[in-house]
Ligand binder design. Structure first.
Ligand SMILES: *Cc1c(COP(=O)(O)O)cnc(C)c1O
Length: 348
């Protein structure tokens, strides 16, 4: 697929900002090129705009080449860049599944690009042909999320493949929750599909949400476009260094994932036994979508008890649903106890 055809004209012709230090990559002892302060040695120099050391480590862990990686100020930065690179405002559109992660629509709205939601099936499954009929010649990107937020389930592999193979444009697969699922990542297919962008993040399984480090993986051509359009110093030095350090503790991340998955099933069982709970949806992530009798009332009761969950009532297919993150055993007990109290209140 010729990616060149999908790039906005202004981006195709863009001459990117050139950082002072880009022009000289070598051993230098005197830096008088960037108007930095010569003082305060831990912080006075601009960080590496291409985050090269960090990418080498990520490449090892994710089994891709460094040139297939873009490190971002959270996945949200990568999502926004897809619009800025490929979508002509007021002319192009994107298609996404519904319900899904809210940032795709926010980024579309900010960039003044039409957003076309396509309802998932009742069981939150993806229907490729239905989604593809919603695309037209102005559709530049399709956003897929698997495991999906807020439903928690994996999208059918073959439906995703049908979209990648038949859609003439960029396909973004957001795998923010991939570490919690049994399915293989689409990273393995990067070399087979030049129109594929896979998003990962360190915000969930790795426990690093506060560092703001998200990842986009794609062909070298698409990554070069990301690098051209992004802010030069989009990932700061503290984040680069701390993320690099945390990546040495992959075993600890795996232990956390196992603890969360071990907690998820008893939590689901305990919730299921409560009279206020109507249904628990199958989850491949670190959260549960829970249908209750009255989501607004339940949400309010929990909030008063100091327990915050996500109220997804009113979102398509999520009537009376709460999205509940799997916490520590103590946090999960507190939730169950509060919901028992709530049931008792209703019976009085
Ligand atoms: C939490 C989440 C992210 C992570 O976003 P960051 O900006 O990397 O913190 C991305 N996609 C989905 C679907 C999410 O739920």
């Amino acid at each position: 697929m010729n990616i060149e055809l999908f790039i906005r004209k202004n981006i195709r012709h863009l001459k990117p900002y050139s950082c002072a230090r880009d022009e000289f990559q070598g051993i230098a002892s005197v830096h008088l090129d960037a108007n930095e302060s010569p003082y305060n040695p831990n912080f006075n120099r601009y960080p590496d705009p291409l985050q090269r050391t960090l990418k080498e480590k990520i490449a090892e862990i994710k089994n891709v080449r460094p040139a297939q990686i873009m490190t971002a100020n959270g996945s949200d930065e990568a999502i926004d860049l897809v619009f800025r690179i490929f979508c002509e405002p007021r002319e192009d559109n994107v298609v996404a599944m519904e319900p899904t992660y809210g940032m795709y629509k926010v980024a579309a709205d900010i960039n003044d690009v039409e957003y076309r939601p396509v309802l998932l099936e009742e069981n939150f499954q993806l229907n490729a042909s239905k989604l593809l009929t919603t695309t037209d010649k102005h559709t530049k990107a399709v956003f897929l999320c698997s495991p999906n937020n807020p439903s928690g389930n994996l999208m059918n592999h073959e439906e995703i493949r049908a979209i990648i193979q038949n859609f003439n444009g960029i396909v973004v697969i957001d795998e923010a929750y991939v570490d919690f699922s049994t399915e293989q990542t689409w990273l393995k297919e990067l070399d087979n599909y030049t129109n594929l962008i896979v998003l990962h993040t360190f915000s969930k399984a790795w426990g690093l949400a506060s560092l703001r480090c998200g990842l986009a993986f794609a062909s070298e051509e698409i990554i070069a476009l990301f690098n051209k359009v992004k802010y030069p110093y989009n990932v700061n030095r503290l984040t680069q260094n701390q993320t690099l350090d945390e990546l040495n503790y992959g075993d600890r991340k795996n232990t956390w994932v196992e603890m969360i998955l071990t907690e998820r099933e008893p939590l689901a069982e305990a919730l299921k036994s409560l009279p206020v709970v109507e249904k628990i949806y199958k989850s491949d992530a670190n959260f549960l979508l829970v249908k209750v009798r009255d989501a607004d009332k339940t949400y309010r009761f929990l909030t008063e008890k100091g327990i915050i969950v996500r109220n997804r009532n009113k979102i398509p297919l999520c009537n009376n649903c709460l999205r509940i993150t799997v916490g520590t055993p103590d946090e999960n007990h507190a939730l169950i106890n509060a919901l028992k109290d709530f049931s008792n209140c209703l019976n009085k």
